[in-house]
Design a protein around this ligand. Structure first.
Ligand code: BGC
Length: 747
């Protein structure tokens, strides 16, 4: 950034600009910077999200060109499993410090798209299958980042849940799942953390490119949610620049050799685009540049060692101990063998635009040696492309046989998980599965440690190994974090932010992924992730929210109280083991009497709390009234229903420890009665109901009224047509009755 815009002149900056200069502000100067205009300096935007990827030379958005070293924090797949907003805020602060030190004004992240299918190639860059988790964690990261004077870019807005055909496919989503699942997290982050920018996705949403979707970019994002920042395109997402600006897309990235600007200027000159629309986009850009300029500090630096330590801490907090029969934690003097190339050559991030050039990189093998003070026996077992030779297998088996305990590192090869394409399956490489069988036969004390960006199938062996450590992709401090967890320096506290299914075929989107002929239909509707497995009572390998610790927790005395703005749940949690540890208390809501389709259990709040051995803590989880609402398609708004709400408090979606029930006083949505209203709807109406009952009770229909099955049969029939058929009631009388009823209806 060359200079800053003094706040006083920011408002007047627009007035002095020519049409061409204003158009220039709304597109890139090159791959990563915006254009200057008189009084408006250029700013730099870079990826994102789990580190600063500032390219040294060359320009691309797929992580091909080299970038300056930066701390590679754990990617979102790991951070999501931390369930710890405070931790994400700290990571956000560190990202902000590094971005500021590199002169970056906007860091392109976080990505908070919902993990709809385990096959999505970019799931490693997303936080969860649940919008509360992605929203709360995403908001925390944005808060931290922006506290350093660096803007976030919340992406990819919206419904970019697959990579197949991502630049064209239309995500066809019904209104309720769109609002309740796919937009919900974005709404939370926008409302709570006010990101400076939002990045539109590549895909179409219900047929319209998100880059030129006025409903999405203006009606929902700005008018409903109050977003006042800049909407930036994903790199190359703009198809029609004029339509995009009109829809509310302010900044088209990257540069287009002047084409985008020329189109805007021509459209204004031809009278096809009102200049005020361009003024609005340019003014928003000036405001963004002003904010970024205020945060800029040419002398800023950061403490790389402290950031590495934070990366390691965050990685350890994100590891999920899926299974442990007591074999973990290991004693430091226990003779172990480490098997698996991934222990020596870690896979610690995913491929594509988020690729970070780390300041340092730990391997689990080195860190185990450092922690225990001796180099463990090691065999590679396979190569990181997924293949294995007979010699590698034989060496691994021999190494396993000679050891007391085996630490077997398995995972998904980098080539299989990347931005730009989806996975074909959720299997570990066949050579690794064969290795596992051979090692297990040689030594049953085999702990499996996983490295993967999307979930892998564990059924088939998870029952037969004593422990499984889900290590995701953990960033540059992952090796140390794994050692810390294996040896009990840290008690694991990560929880699954996505379900691990028994089979891919069980997963919700299985029959509707990745679509065909340019469309993908979200046929599972609201029932995404655990909502699906729970509604259909499908067995899973490990449920959403699951994760073990080296200590144990007991829940007691759960209670809930309702007030005007929500529900407060309180529960006592006692650490009944002998180690300190963190528990993630989860509260799921259920609406047994709901008139609409609802999830059997929906995460409505959670809290991660550190509890010392033997200590009891009173944990409070606040659930805002908004969390209890569903999207009402008749009224086109959020609606809270009256009635019982069951709150299940537990340690996973399938480990409920306590249940309390509260009565919610909600809102009524009453559609006006018409002649096409059903008899049941009319009878249920407080004004019309009694009057119709009275009329029917004395007329020829009296007999039918006494016959429950006849009444049931007639209940769905439109009242106007029934009356016309019966010919006994004057239609004008019905009209009068309905008008009177509607007059009394709630607004
Ligand atoms: C990705 C974005 C990224 C952008 C810039 C796109 O291909 O989808 O997430 O921020 O490139 O690299």
């Amino acid at each position: 950034m060359s200079s800053t815009i003094p706040a006083a002149t920011a408002d007047s900056a627009l007035a002095g600009l020519s049409l061409e200069q204003k158009a220039g502000l709304t597109s890139g100067q090159d791959f990563w910077t915006t254009k200057e205009a008189p009084g408006v300096p250029s700013i730099m935007l870079t990826d994102g999200p789990h580190g600063v990827r500032k390219q040294r030379a060359g320009s691309d958005h797929m992580g091909i060109a080299d970038s300056v070293p930066a701390t590679c924090f754990p990617p979102a797949v790991a951070l999501g499993s931390s369930f710890d907003p405070a931790l994400l805020e700290r990571v956000g602060v560190a990202l902000g410090e590094e971005a500021r030190a590199e002169g970056v004004g906007v860091l392109l992240g976080p990505g908070i798209n919902i993990k709809r299918s385990p096959l999505c190639g970019r799931n490693f860059e997303y936080l969860s299958e649940d919008p509360l988790v992605s929203g709360m964690l995403g908001a925390a990261l944005v808060r931290g980042l922006q506290s350093q004077g660096v803007g976030a870019s919340l992406k990819h807005f919206a419904a970019n849940n697959q990579e197949t055909d991502r630049m064209r496919v239309s995500a066809d989503i019904d209104e309720r799942p769109l609002r309740e699942i796919y937009l919900r997290g974005f709404q939370r982050v926008v409302e709570e953390a006010k990101p400076w920018t939002v990045m539109c996705s590549y895909n179409r949403l219900n047929g319209v490119y998100t880059s030129q979707n006025r409903w999405l970019l203006t009606s929902v994002l700005r008018d409903e949610w109050g977003f006042d920042g800049v909407v930036v395109s994903d790199w190359g997402a703009v198809v029609d620049r004029v339509a995009a600006l009109r829809a509310g897309l302010d900044l088209a990235m990257p540069a287009s050799n002047g084409r985008a600007d020329a189109e805007l200027v021509a459209a204004v000159r031809a009278g096809e685009l009102d200049e005020s629309v361009l003024d609005t986009g340019a003014a928003r850009m000036i405001d963004l540049v002003r904010k970024a300029s205020m945060g800029a500090d040419a002398s800023a630096g950061y403490d790389a060692a402290a950031h590495h330590a934070l990366a390691r801490e965050a990685a350890a907090a994100s590891i999920v101990l899926l299974k442990n029969d007591g074999i973990l934690p290991l004693g430091r003097s226990a003779p172990v063998a480490v098997i698996g190339e991934l222990a020596r050559t870690p896979r610690y991030q995913g491929a594509g635009s988020s690729l970070i050039n780390p300041t340092k990189l730990e391997s689990a093998l080195d860190e185990i040696a450092a922690l225990t003070g001796s180099r463990p026996a090691f065999a590679a077992g396979y190569s990181n492309d997924g293949s294995a030779t007979a010699q590698q297998t034989a060496d691994a088996v021999a190494t396993a046989s000679a050891a007391q305990t085996v630490l077997l590192f398995l995972g998904v090869p980098a080539e299989q998980e990347s931005e730009g394409f989806d996975r074909d399956d959720i299997e570990l490489p066949a050579a690794q599965v064969e290795l596992l069988e051979a090692v297990l036969a040689a030594n049953p004390r085999t702990v499996v440690v996983l490295s993967n960006g999307g979930v892998v199938r564990l059924s088939g062996f998870s029952e037969r190994v004593p422990a499984i450590v889900e290590g995701w992709l953990l960033g540059q401090g992952g090796g140390g974090a794994i050692a810390d967890v294996l040896y009990g320096v840290v008690s694991p506290s990560g929880r699954l932010a996505e379900t691990i299914p028994v089979r891919l075929e069980d997963s919700p989107a299985y029959l509707d992924f990745p679509g065909e002929h340019g469309h993908v239909r979200y046929g599972e509707g609201l029932f995404v992730g655990y909502r699906w497995y729970d509604a259909r009572a499908i067995d899973v390998s490990y449920p959403f929210g699951h994760g073990l610790s080296y200590t144990s927790f007991e829940y007691s005395d759960a209670s809930a109280s309702v007030d005007a703005t929500g529900v407060t749940v309180r529960v006592g949690v006692t650490n009944t083991g002998s180690r300190d540890g963190a528990e993630v208390v989860q509260v799921y809501s259920e609406f047994p009497g709901s008139a609409v389709a609802r999830a059997a259990r929906q995460l409505s709040g959670f809290a991660k709390v550190m509890i010392a051995a033997g200590e009891r803590r009173e944990v409070e989880v606040r659930i805002s009234r908004d969390e209890l609402a569903y999207w009402d398609t008749r009224a086109s708004r959020w609606m809270v229903e009256s009635g019982a709400c069951t709150l299940s408090i537990g340690a996973s979606s399938r480990d409920i420890r306590s249940t309390v029930s509260v009565e919610i006083v909600g809102e009524e949505v009453r559609a006006p009665l018409t002649a096409e209203s059903s008899i049941a709807e009319v009878l249920a109406h407080p004004v019309a109901g009694p009057l119709v009952m009275q009329a029917l009770a004395t007329g020829p229909a009296a007999e039918m009224m006494d016959d429950p099955s006849a009444m049931r049969m007639m209940a769905a029939a439109p009242i106007g047509r029934m009356i016309a058929m019966a010919g006994t009631v004057d239609p004008a009388q019905l009209e009068q009755l309905l008008a009177a009823a509607n007059g009394h209806a709630a607004p």
